[in-house]
Design a protein around this ligand. Structure first.
Ligand SMILES: Nc1ncnc2c1ncn2[C@@H]1O[C@H](COP(=O)(O)OP(=O)(O)OP(=O)(O)O)[C@@H](O)[C@H]1O
Ligand SMILES: [Mg+2]
Length: 948
């Protein structure tokens, strides 16, 4: 063995520096590019797609274009896609727009986060707008290099934006290696060319160009032997640079004034020589090591060679001694890329592929990184390589639980390798899409689904794909689209029974969302009538159970959900098991069984965080917020609700947002935060997908609660609820949801003088208590509603008492208030005071300051009124007769505010303010605002300090 043949090259390596090298042998391409740059500088956009193997000069030509463009005053947005997996979606495009001077995007809001869902269409719209704005005054060159690594959203966006901005002064320069490729990327490039993009396909440089290039690099013309060596560089400038750098570094060249000659017995001749001089085992070690790249670790190599690590120590020593390898930290590395490449190239294609696959197996077997293993499978494979496909699928399977998104990506890679005619291909595509959905990357999954559906699929695959779409669209709150996919798939012939069952379940769910619980039940029954696996029956039963709850049949609901939970217990998908527990808890909550509900949810928490459970997290927080509201823990309900809301927005999972907003609005209003409450209501409405949906009903109810707490007039509150009244008694969900809803509706209708609505609401409340015999809150609500309808104070008192055994303090307090009102009407003052005091205590404990104040005022009135007036009820005239709302308005009048300003301040309608003022004028016997101000100031010398 001789001394080490090579050392790593120094920077620059004695060759002419990169900045001063000219372009060789690319005249045609350069002309094309310069023409395009001139055109864009003159306002005419275009698209250029460049393809060429690694090192042929794509980046170099891109740099040339950038230089010309800069000279002509064209703005530059440059970007290179990253090879490392896990880059954020759209990263290259965003980087290009941010890297522009001045930046086209400065806003961090456009950062879709990897592994999360994002709205592709919205993002692309934003980019389009930003680009349009940026190119009004200055033409733009966007370069997207290394597109073979680009994520699918970048590919989708590039297609959309090149088309939408076709008439803008934008020049697009997209480049890629021909491999790795994928269907989306291939389609992008061929589509672009089809609609007029200029294709630039880089061929190897001709020998003369290589010779000229080498001459320039060395500053002298290469001689015949050197030219012979350069010929082996396959016309690849990158290899030429590498080779000459190494030769120069190791003094293998003799360069005089005119010529560069190769030292006799030089590298090219010696390398194979050295390799042949090492022992066979060392040679094997090097062969295998070259598979792993420039650096590698010995245990992996040992695995592939089926040897013990110890056995490899002598060959490692030998290779180190020969200067072929060097130590690099805990790893070993080749002395130089050229050695690694020479060894790697020395392997036959077959051997390479086999070794890559073995390397992948070795990595998988030693618990090494699965993506690394998959990378080997990819490098070792060419289209049609069934072994590599199998390995990728295996790697994907292993990743499903931990990282469904990566598993999906691996499956897509496998699809890329599958032959077009392979009948397994559509299945793999469908599975990959399912995994992306599971990972929360639903925009991407939807795009891929559309492509797949357009291409045409076998019926069974199409049906499954549409099921996935229906399922995820439903979760996002788009019931109409979900229904469409479920229905379309059910219309297909030749679909397996179990798939049909899934589709019926999805249909059932979509109906439920849209507010049609009867249709939901019918679809659920159809699912059950189809022959199917337990987990699918579980799903169907689950939606049916929820539908029954919505219809107010709580015991039946519980029974169905329990059956569903049993069937789903064995289901691998954590999200489903979890949903069953949460749904069960909700029904238990409606049945007043709060602690059991909490226990069911706690039990479900052990699966939280499993893949696909992200969206159920929103559900979970919604349930928590709701339970806290019903328990009268308002501050906590607001905290839980807000957490749920921000998670929902992050995940773009809007199914529960209307309900969350309703809960938040109610809790905030009770706490006196009316501004917040109104904002939540507006937000909730913006996320309602269909007017008849459960969410819309919840929001209508919450709006009424907020209005009532704000002191809005009954007629106006009632107006929001007309559709809710009209749908009684068919749709009982609003009442089943919150037992105080029924009595609330009766009382409201009575105060608004609407006897018909009062009757309908009382009837519905009663029927709910009959359907759910033995549930305290429903029984109490039935009594309360009846008492209100008939002005029966005994029944009202009984209702308030019945509520004492329920876990719902706010419902109990409201019943107490109603009882007090009834009692007062019949002169039973002492009992009324007692009811009010109980209610006050409940409200105070809950932190319901607004309702508490209302009760306090009534108690104040009662205490202020003399014993002689006790029988007649509270004062009708004078300061003592003023209601809280009237007092608030009067105080603000005294500070000089107009009615409109008062309305804004108190979050009331101007109409209501006027009506309060009218009453106030009458009660205080004043005729003007000035008079009123005087009265207020004599009563309360420092206006504004009083509690509003
Ligand atoms: N026509 C050329 N004349 C002179 N030098 C060139 C030419 N083409 C490429 N080079 C040089 O060869 C090297 C490799 O080129 P470049 O990086 O542009 O290749 P690439 O096609 O972008 O490769 P990859 O696919 O690996 O990104 C660079 O040093 C570049 O300056
Ligand atoms: Mg490049």
């Amino acid at each position: 063995m001789t001394t080490p043949p090579m050392r790593p090259p120094h920077q620059g390596g004695g060759l002419r520096s990169a900045a001063r090298r000219s372009l060789h042998g690319r005249e045609v391409e350069a002309r094309r590019l310069s023409e395009s740059v001139m055109a864009v500088a003159a306002g005419q956009g275009c698209v250029i797609v460049m393809e060429g193997k690694g090192g042929l000069g794509k980046s170099r030509l891109t740099r040339e274009a950038v230089t010309w463009a800069r000279r002509l005053g064209v703005a530059i947005a440059p970007a290179v896609a990253d090879e490392l997996p896990g880059a954020a979606p759209l990263a290259p495009l965003l980087a290009a727009l941010r890297g522009c001077d001045p930046p086209i995007l400065a806003n961090p809001e456009f950062d879709p986060v990897h592994g999360r869902d994002y709205d592709a269409a919205w993002l692309i719209d934003q980019l389009e707008q930003a680009l349009r704005k940026a190119t009004v005054h200055q033409p733009l060159l966007i370069t997207l290099d290394d597109m073979q690594w680009a994520d699918s959203l970048t590919v989708v966006a590039a297609r959309a934006l090149t088309e939408r901005l076709a008439t803008s002064p934008v020049m697009w320069l997209l480049s890629r290696r021909p491999w790795p490729s994928g269907p989306m990327l291939d389609t992008l490039f061929s589509d672009l060319v089809a609609v007029g993009a200029v294709p630039l396909r880089l061929a190897p440089l001709p020998s003369e160009a290589v010779a000229r290039f080498a001459g320039e690099l060395l500053g002298a013309a290469p001689d015949g032997a050197l030219l012979g060596l350069l010929d082996k560089c396959a016309g690849n400038p990158s290899i030429v640079v590498d080779l000459l750098t190494t030769l120069a570094e190791h003094d293998e060249l003799i360069i005089d004034a005119t010529h560069a000659r190769l030292l006799p017995g030089s590298l090219d001749q010696r390398l194979p020589d050295w390799l042949s001089q090492v022992t066979p085992l060392t040679r094997q070690l090097l062969d295998v090591a070259s598979i792993f790249g420039r650096t590698f670790d010995v245990p992996s190599v040992a695995k592939v060679l089926h040897r013990k690590v110890a056995e490899l120590l002598p060959p490692v020593q030998e290779a180190l001694g020969a200067g072929l390898l060097v130590e690099e930290g805990t790893q070993l590395g080749f002395q130089h890329d050229l050695i690694r490449d020479a060894v790697y190239r020395g392997l036959s294609l077959d051997a390479r592929r086999r070794l890559h696959r073995e390397a992948a197996d070795a990595l998988l077997a030693t618990g090494g990184s699965v993506p690394d293993a998959a990378a080997h499978a990819i490098s070792g494979a060419e289209p049609g390589d069934t072994d590599a496909v199998a390995l990728l699928i295996r790697a994907s399977d292993e990743m499903v639980a931990a990282a469904p998104g990566t598993a999906g990506d691996l499956r897509l890679r496998a699809v890329d390798l599958m032959a077009a005619a392979d009948s397994g291909r559509p299945w793999r595509v469908m599975e990959a899409i399912g995994l992306l959905f599971l990972a929360g990357r639903s925009a991407e999954a939807q795009t891929l689904s559309e492509v797949a559906l357009q291409d045409g699929l076998p019926a069974e695959v199409e049906a499954r794909l549409r099921f996935q779409l229906a399922d995820s669209l439903g979760t996002a709150g788009y019931s109409a689209s979900a229904l469409h996919h479920a229905r379309t798939a059910l219309g297909l012939a030749d679909v397996e029974g179990s798939t049909r069952a899934l589709l019926f379940a999805a249909e059932s769910n979509a109906h439920l969302l849209a507010g049609d619980s009867s249709a939901a039940l019918r679809a659920g029954e159809q699912a059950m009538a189809t022959d199917m696996t337990p987990d699918r029956a579980g799903r169907a039963l689950l939606t049916m159970g929820v539908a029954e709850r919505v219809r107010g049949r709580l015991r039946r609901s519980l029974q169905l959900i329990d059956e569903a939970a049993d069937l789903l217990a064995a289901d691998a998908a954590g999200a489903r098991r979890l949903e069953a527990h949460w749904a069960r808890g909700r029904t238990l909550m409606a049945l007043d069984r709060f602690d059991e509900a909490q226990a069911a949810w706690d039990a479900a928490d052990r699966w939280a965080g499993e893949p696909g459970t992200a969206a159920t997290e929103v559900f979970r927080r919604t349930c928590h917020a709701l339970l806290l509201l019903h328990r009268g823990e308002l501050a906590d309900a607001v905290a839980a609700g807000n957490a749920g809301l921000s998670r929902a927005e992050e995940l773009k999972s809007w199914m529960y947002v209307p309900e969350l907003c309703a809960v938040l609005a109610e809790a905030s209003a009770y706490r006196g935060e009316f501004g917040v409450a109104r904002r939540r209501l507006r937000h909730g409405v913006s996320r309602v997908s269909e007017p008849r949906s459960v969410g819309a009903q919840r929001l209508a109810w919450a709006t009424a609660v907020v209005d009532e707490a704000a002191g809005e007039e009954p007629v106006r509150v009632l107006a929001h609820l007309a559709s809710l009244y009209e749908q009684l008694p068919d749709r009982l969900e609003a009442l089943a949801f919150d037992p105080m809803a029924g009595p609330f509706l009766v009382g409201l209708a009575r105060r608004a003088d609407d006897a018909r609505y009062a009757g309908i609401a009382a009837e519905a409340t009663d029927s709910l208590s009959r359907i759910n015999q033995g549930v305290i809150s429903f029984a109490a609500a039935g009594l309360q509603a009846g008492g209100l309808l008939h002005g029966d104070d005994d029944r009202l008192v009984a209702a308030a008492r019945a509520f004492e055994a329920s876990p719902r303090p706010l419902a109990r307090a409201r019943a107490g208030e109603d009882a007090a009102r009834g009692l007062l009407q019949h002169g039973r003052r002492a009992e009324a005071v007692e009811q009010l005091q109980l209610a006050l205590a409940d409200y105070d404990r809950a932190g319901a300051v607004v309702l508490g104040r209302r009760v306090r005022d009534r108690l104040g009135d009662l205490a202020g009124s003399g014993a002689d007036r006790s029988a007649a009820g509270p004062a009708a005239f004078g300061w003592a007769s003023m209601t809280t709302a009237e007092l608030r308005v009067a105080r603000l009048v005294a500070t000089g505010l107009t009615n409109r300003a008062i309305a804004d301040e108190l979050d009331l309608s101007p109409h209501t303010v006027e009506s309060h003022l009218r009453h106030t004028f009458r009660k205080l016997d004043v005729r003007s605002r000035v008079e009123l101000t005087r009265v207020v100031l004599t009563r309360e010398p420092t206006p504004g300090e009083n509690d509003r």
